[in-house]
Design a binder for this molecule. Structure first.
Ligand code: ATP
Length: 664
């Protein structure tokens, strides 16, 4: 229920003569404001009471009748005129006193006639047994998207005193931030957001991760579930292209745009597969992709005798999930939890009740909780769990094929700071058929440790040795894997495209890369070929055209392989030989440049003298800040570069350059 639904509900109860409501909420400030606004709209009076302030506004200030004491306040209620709402904060502990409770019961019958209602607000607003017949308890909702959007806009718009730099948010980014704050109170959301923004001057994924981790506190009280930090993203998964694509598509369906169009909220996915092939990793990456907290439930832990009744445990977990929603609920190794067992009939019947409860919740829940269940085997999985429509999709994750092995090896090398192109990944991928993702990662880790132990850096040989020493699990589990594949063949969607498709994709990528390399080589070769053939003017012009803007020292370095570039010649303006452009060139280079500039094949462009101060090998002359109209009294350096196009404002003096003896 949204805030406005609840206010409407309260309005109708007040008008229809309810006299006592217990309102459960942690957000005293927000609800006090909302209720004050409601009373104002209804043209009713509002009196707030707490043991520290007494009634506000007070009605009697007689000695000893300040109303701080709840019994005393109950007496005063009759003195207020009709049509009043009495909002009492933290009354619950006082009701443990039998005298207070009795007094309250005494006044209740008269309240309806006087058009008065008592609202008890607090986090522990449970109704005492003696009041069960007179009172109603209402759980006040946490702020919804609209209230949180306001917080986000205030914090991002710098209207909050502690806010960090104001950041621009695109609509989809705002939506992600709002979504990640759902489940927090306004005050918590404001604090979390201000903290998450600290040190960031643009929107990024880390902000979402930090907001989500703020919800950790909410699950901390429960020992039935475990909260996971969102450290891994989709780019940490090698292969599994179809699964990644499906997840990315589904994540769109959580947006408000999708809600407006009536797109149903995705329910969840079952990931079935070979051990160590990335089921858990996919689950973690999904939560990060969605920007939701990830909470893992070990189903078998619900049964622990020291945790009380298993059904209550299940109820608590599902309630917790709805509180922190939107969220991802991860049911790990579901086959071990919900499966039938050979333990006892009692165990089996409890489990099937638990599963029934869970499945009903999956069908009926309204809160956006995306369930990811993972399983290594299907043998003992109850068929009702696998029924079509229960999960949005069942995916089968097989051992990685050649192309996926390449990607997985690359992911893990990059993760540890190694450049994959320095190793023969193709060869390693070819020789690791039957290895799982976890085993491929292990090869890299062992090779790094061995190399470090020997005081060497990671080498191909170390990787090959580590591979030889790792026996893949698939060797011993061949039969099980075969069975799993057979079962999944007709029932699940593969997480990986057919390896022929991957081969085509790989070849296409390779062709693209080769073409790009060829294009780059073609350009390079043209000026190089010209230089090799002694065609220096054409080579210079082509080199400058390719680089767009070239400094004299870059030209010297590039052509040093083909000609002598250093010498005692320099370039200066014909109109003022004291305006020096460059020094220390060979006669060939200086002469060629003078000619190209005169023929307007190259142009001299002035550059910012401040930037030019860091130019390597710059002339040991004072720098002149801009081209002077008058002749300089002594040689100075005018910072310039060479371009193949004319400057916006052509200065004829810059297109007449002379060479002269000028070494550094
Ligand atoms: P289990 O059934 O044993 O729980 P699993 O299928 O859940 O296994 P993960 O726990 O996800 O496998 O894999 C273990 C580790 O292996 C991951 O944390 C990751 O580092 C690596 N790994 C596995 N598959 C992949 C993959 N496709 N891409 C990148 N890394 C992978």
């Amino acid at each position: 229920m949204s805030t406005s639904d609840i206010l409407e509900n309260l309005r109708s109860r007040i008008l229809s003569g309810y006299t006592l409501l217990f309102l459960k909420s942690w957000e005293e400030d927000r609800w006090e404001n909302e209720l004050a606004q409601l009373a104002l709209e209804m043209e009713w009076g509002l009196v707030t009471w707490s043991a520290t302030t007494g009634p506000q506004p007070p009605i009697s200030m007689d000695e000893g009748e300040t109303g701080h004491d709840p019994q005393n306040f109950f007496d005063q209620i009759a003195l207020y005129p009709p049509q009043h709402v009495f909002l009492m904060k933290d009354l619950a502990p006082h009701l443990e006193n039998p005298d207070v409770l009795r007094k309250l019961r005494d006044i209740i019958p008269d309240l309806a006639d006087q058009q008065k209602i008592l609202l008890c607000l607090g986090p522990d607003a449970d109704i005492p047994m003696a009041l069960q017949k007179e009172a109603v308890q209402i759980e006040l909702p946490l702020p919804g998207s609209e209230e949180l959007r306001e917080v986000v806009q205030n914090v991002f718009g710098h209207e909050e005193p502690n806010a960090a730099v104001p950041l621009e948010l695109k609509p989809d980014e705002e939506e992600r931030v709002v979504k990640s704050l759902l489940g927090l109170t306004v005050r918590e959301a404001r604090k979390a957001l201000t903290r998450a923004l600290y040190g960031h001057n643009s929107f990024n994924d880390e902000i979402i991760v930090s907001l989500v981790s703020e919800k950790k506190r909410m699950v901390q009280g429960s020992d039935l579930v475990e909260f996971y930090e969102l450290d891994e993203g989709v780019r940490d998964i090698g292969g599994l292209e179809m699964l990644k694509e499906w997840m990315t598509q589904r994540s769109e369906a959580f947006s408000s745009r999708a809600r407006e169009k009536g797109v149903p909220v995705p329910k969840g996915v079952l990931l079935l597969g070979v051990q160590g092939c990335g089921k858990s990793l996919t689950c973690r990456a999904t939560a990060r992709l969605l920007g939701f907290p990830l909470v893992r439930l070990d189903v078998s832990s619900l049964l622990s005798s020291d945790r009380g009744s298993s059904e209550k445990n299940m109820r608590d977990v599902l309630h917790l999930m709805e509180t922190i929603a939107p969220a991802v609920l991860w049911l790990d190794e579901i086959e071990k939890g919900f499966a039938g067992s050979d333990q006892s009939a009692d165990y089996d019947s409890t489990m099937s009740r638990l599963m029934g409860r869970f499945l009903t919740w999956m069908d009926e829940r309204h809160a956006p909780v995306f369930v990811v269940a993972t399983a290594n085997s299907v043998k003992s999985l109850p068929p009702e769990l696998l029924r079509r429509g229960r999960f949005d999709e069942l995916f089968f994750i097989d051992l990685p094929n050649y192309y996926e092995r390449k990607q997985i090896l690359e992911v893990h090398l990059v993760k540890r700071g190694w450049k994959p192109e320095k190793f023969d990944i193709n060869n390693l991928a070819e020789r690791t058929e039957g290895y799982s993702g976890a085993e491929l990662e292990q090869i890299i880790v062992s090779a790094m440790l061995d190399s470090y132990g020997k005081g060497q850096i990671l080498s191909q040989k170390a990787l090959d040795d580590a591979r030889e020493n790792t026996v893949p699990l698939s060797v011993t589990m061949e039969e099980k894997i075969f069975e799993l594949r057979e079962w999944a063949r007709t029932r699940c969607r593969p997480a990986t495209p057919d390896s022929r498709v991957m081969q085509m994709m790989d070849e296409e990528n390779r062709r693209d890369e080769e073409a790009a390399a060829e294009r780059a080589a073609a350009h390079r070769e043209e000026w190089q070929m010209l230089a090799e053939h002694g065609q220096y003017p054409a080579a210079f012009a082509e080199f400058v055209r390719l680089k767009k803007s070239v400094h004299y020292h870059e030209l010297e370095e590039a052509f040093a392989e083909y000609m002598t570039t250093a010498g005692d010649q320099g370039l200066a303006l014909r109109s003022d030989p004291n305006t020096v452009l460059w020094v220390g060139l060979s006669p060939d280079v200086a002469g060629t440049l003078v000619k190209l500039i005169a023929e307007k094949k190259l142009y001299v462009h002035e550059v910012d003298p401040d930037i030019a101060e860091s130019t390597p090998k710059k002339p040991k002359l004072p720098t002149v800040r801009g081209l002077s109209e008058e002749r300089l009294a002594r040689p100075c350096w005018l910072p310039t570069v060479l371009c193949a196009y004319a400057p916006e404002e052509v200065n004829p003096r810059l297109s007449r350059v002379a060479r002269m003896k000028l070494s550094n």
